[in-house]
Design a protein around this ligand. Structure first.
Ligand code: PA5
Length: 433
């Protein structure tokens, strides 16, 4: 059963306005479904929760078990779509301070190769010290500079720590099935290798080996994650906007964009979901920001950011709308006790839970922002677990594909990402090939 609910009440949009987009949406739906199983189109994610490679899935679980047994630290090397999904799921579903948790049966997990800071890598190597380690290098092209540099450094670190043979058993590669430098190296070194399917782009790849191996190493149930995604695949298969809440979200954001609401802030009230927001930002930014068009995807964690961005959102330039993710039941809750002296004046919340207060903060903020001219879309989840998150991932992927097509861009390419690389390579004197 699906748990996601979309509420557009605070956008001021009525169903009949959404329905004006129905023809476009149905066309976009057909376009996606018509090419979903083609090898040369980037729509492989559409039926992935049904069609995923079951043999590889079992191999991922086996590798994760080995890593859990023989490693105290697991380093995930990748950038953009090759790390954000894994980090989003792991941070959303584990203890907020996962890496500090004592006596856990899973390794500490660190993400590298997502920047070029020498401090970042040196600091991490210092923290890893003598601990047992495995790494997963993830790159579809196999040539992306940031992960390639980090991999070179970690490979050397592991080979000098373990010797070449043992290091080989602790290096896991996720890459293209046949092309690229990383694939070539994996063949030569006989690293255990997982495949990024040809028809799934980086930012849509969290439910492939790209996300699943690190997620499984963190002890998260990947069967349930896929089950949640499958629930969404079935639920959002209806092509009319009238019945499909995922498409309603896609249409609502396009209508708001056409009303000059050019920035969407994904808001959550749960710090665990900060990297979910980062994943979402990449998904929408890279998919829609092209041809001089597209909503700018921003993110905020409330109530934290109400004390930094709150002023702007309430009162600044009126080009914003918010999409709020609200979770009905937190994983844990804490009751606020009554204090006999009440010096802090907080007894008005005595015997209430922190989640209750958080929800009232959310209700109060929605009311304030909506009356301040910031339309709000509310997406409610029953709870933050594997199934719900799998469902939410699929929801946003599908909405993004449809939304990009309504906007009139190709949601599955990212030509703009090449510009900085071209300049950087020129400045670094990279030989032309
Ligand atoms: O979504 C994308 O395609 C990108 O963000 C890529 O995932 C990112 O640039 C990393 O590329 P690669 O996996 O080839 O190293």
């Amino acid at each position: 059963m699906s748990n996601i609910k979309v509420n557009l009440e605070n956008t001021g949009l009525e169903k009949k306005e959404l329905m004006k987009y129905n023809e476009k949406v149905e066309k976009a739906h057909d376009e996606l479904h018509n090419v979903a199983d083609k090898e040369d189109e980037f729509v492989g994610w559409l039926h992935l929760p049904t069609n995923y490679n079951k043999d590889e899935f079992e191999r991922i679980k086996k590798a994760a078990e080995k890593i859990k047994k023989d490693s105290e630290v697991f380093v995930v090397i990748g950038i953009g779509g090759s790390y954000l999904g894994a980090r989003a799921v792991i941070e959303s579903l584990t203890n907020t301070f996962y890496n500090l948790l004592p006596n856990k049966k899973t390794p500490q997990i660190f993400f590298v190769g997502n920047n070029l800071s020498p401090n970042y890598l040196s600091d991490l190597l210092e923290c890893i010290g003598n601990k047992d380690i495995s790494i997963n290098v993830i790159s579809k092209s196999g040539t992306t500079t940031e992960p390639a540099i980090a991999f070179r450094i970690f490979r050397e670190f592991m080979e000098s720590k373990y010797g070449i043979d043992e290091a080989r058993k602790r290096i896991y590669v996720t890459t293209d099935k046949e092309r690229g430098a990383l694939k070539k190296l994996s063949n030569e070194e006989e690293y255990e290798t997982f495949v990024i399917p040809d028809n799934i782009g980086g930012r849509y790849s969290v439910l492939t080996a790209v996300g699943l191996l690190p997620i499984a190493v963190a002890g998260i149930n990947i069967d349930k994650l896929m089950y949640g995604a499958k629930t969404a695949e079935d639920k959002y298969n209806e092509k009319s906007v009238k019945y499909n809440e995922c498409y309603q979200y896609a249409v609502a954001r396009n209508i708001l964009y056409n009303q000059e609401k050019t920035t969407e802030i994904l808001v959550n009230y749960e710090p665990k979901m900060q990297y979910f927001t980062e994943w979402w930002k990449q998904l929408y930014g890279e998919s829609e920001g092209k041809d001089k068009k597209g909503i700018f995807p921003a993110g905020a964690t409330f109530t934290t950011d109400l004390h930094s961005l709150g002023q702007y959102i309430q009162d600044g330039r009126r080009n914003l709308f918010e999409t709020i993710i609200s979770i009905n039941h937190p994983q844990t809750d804490i009751k606020i006790k009554k204090d006999a002296d009440n010096i802090d004046g907080l007894n008005f919340v005595a015997n209430k839970t922190m989640d209750y207060v958080n929800k009232k903060a959310m209700e109060g903020t929605i009311e304030a922002h909506v009356s301040g001219g910031v339309p709000n879309i509310l997406i409610t989840l029953d709870k933050l677990d594997e199934e719900n998150l799998g469902e939410l991932i699929y929801f946003f992927e599908l909405a993004c594909g449809i939304s990009g097509k309504i906007l009139g861009v190709n949601p599955f390419n990212q030509p703009g990402v090449e510009a900085y690389k071209k300049n950087m390579f020129k400045l670094l004197g990279k030989p032309e090939v």
